[in-house]
Design a protein. Structure first.
Length: 402
């Protein structure tokens, strides 16, 4: 709690001779001030001081900066406005919060010493050991400065952390506002783009089915083209909106237990007409050890249809094969084609939106980009291998069970 010299703090810095020390001496016995000054001078302390007699306290206290306050206390003196020594010391510590206070008093008991520490005293000297005052003063001032430096550094760190927290909170609010704006943007696109395109497709379908009269060959050609372009535009809009939802973390999966064969057959059925129109053969190979998997049925079919559709688009003759195998705990859906293939330097471009592939006369659009993101949502991925002029293989792999 305190060392033999009376310093309450436990730090033991190397003692050095202080100079130009500015002291405030508060005393109930003005005559004691002479003994205090003589002791400091004998200890080699270079100092000046202001004196305040406690019995003459008024509202006009000196407000200048001091290196330390020496409080000389005598219990026999009665002072008004303060009921105990602890309260008196707290009062002075409140007046001068950035100045260490040293108490000079008669012998103290342990309980009183504890109370002094709690009241904010930085050091004390028993009157009978007044010759220790220079040493206690030096230690107290040095320790106080050291502690104030640490406190200042801590306060600076706290301020920096508070500023960082405020900055992060501001960034969070900005991000939330952006997410809200993005969600509103998605809703706006959903209405402004899907609705008119759906109407175009509906009208084109009615004309194509000749509900309102027969069409000649040229009219049927134009209506069919209009219908196909409308469906292509709707596919692009749907893919784009799905991508925006994924990027905004608004796309969630409805995981369920699926029969793998049923999902694959459904995807093959959806592209069968396109394959027949080009005279391509569709094949399906399912490993015997595969029965069920856990996935989002709609999104898994969407990925497989995208991969199969791309294979059909870039294959002029031959076949498209969907082969499903199981390796460990992962299931692999490989779509093999006998198409034009992809040059090695173009493989990295495939999963970018609207990639420009030199060997393809058409773009893959957004389908592969969306498919890869949907695969990643499932905890999987899509990889590709290809030989120019011989064909390509796109492989979706996902965990069999999630």
């Amino acid at each position: 709690m305190s060392d033999s010299s009376g310093s309450i703090l436990q730090l033991q810095p190397k003692i050095m001779v202080l100079s130009n020390v500015k002291l405030l001496i508060v005393t109930s016995k003005v005559l004691d001030c002479m003994a205090i000054a003589t002791t400091l001078e004998a200890g080699g302390i270079n100092f000046t001081y202001d004196l305040i007699a406690t019995q003459e306290l008024s509202g006009n206290l000196p407000r200048q900066k001091y290196n330390a306050i020496l409080y000389n206390y005598a219990a026999i003196v009665t002072e008004t406005g303060v009921n105990s020594l602890s309260e008196k010391l707290q009062w002075w510590c409140h007046l001068y919060p950035h100045t260490p206070l040293i108490l000079i008093t008669d012998t103290l008991g342990d309980e009183q010493a504890v109370e002094l520490i709690q009241s904010g005293v930085n050091g004390y000297v028993l009157r009978e050991n007044l010759d220790k005052l220079p040493e206690v003063l030096q230690k107290t001032i040095i320790n106080f400065i050291s502690n104030q430096t640490v406190i200042a550094a801590q306060q600076d760190l706290i301020k920096q952390q508070q500023e960082k927290i405020a900055q992060l909170e501001a960034e969070k609010q900005t991000w939330l506002a952006q997410q809200q704006a993005k969600q509103e943007y998605i809703s706006h696109l959903n209405h402004e783009l899907r609705s008119p395109i759906s109407s175009i497709i509906s009208f084109a379908t009615m004309l194509k089915e000749q509900y309102y009269g027969r069409l000649n060959t040229k009219q049927m050609q134009y209506v069919t083209l209009l219908h196909n372009v409308g469906k292509h535009m709707l596919d692009l809009v749907n893919n784009y909106l799905d991508l925006v939802k994924i990027d905004a973390n608004k796309q969630s999966l409805e995981l369920e237990r699926l029969a793998v064969e049923e999902v694959c057959q459904a995807a093959l059925f959806m592209v069968a007409e396109k394959a027949n129109q080009k005279g391509l053969q569709l094949n399906f190979k399912l490993a015997e050890n595969i029965d069920f998997c856990t996935a989002d049925s709609l999104r898994l079919k969407q990925i497989l249809v995208n991969l199969l559709s791309n294979a059909i688009k870039f294959t002029e003759k031959g076949s498209i094969t969907l082969q499903v195998t199981l390796q460990g705990e992962r299931i692999y859906f490989a779509v093999n084609d006998t198409g034009i293939g992809i040059a090695k330097n173009n493989l990295t471009k495939l999963f970018q939106p609207f990639p420009q592939i030199t060997t393809h006369h058409e773009s893959t659009g957004l389908g592969l980009t969306l498919s890869k993101k949907l695969a990643q949502l499932h905890g999987g991925d899509i990889t590709v291998t290809s030989v120019l002029g011989k064909g390509s293989c796109f492989t979706l792999d996902i965990p069999q069970h999630q």
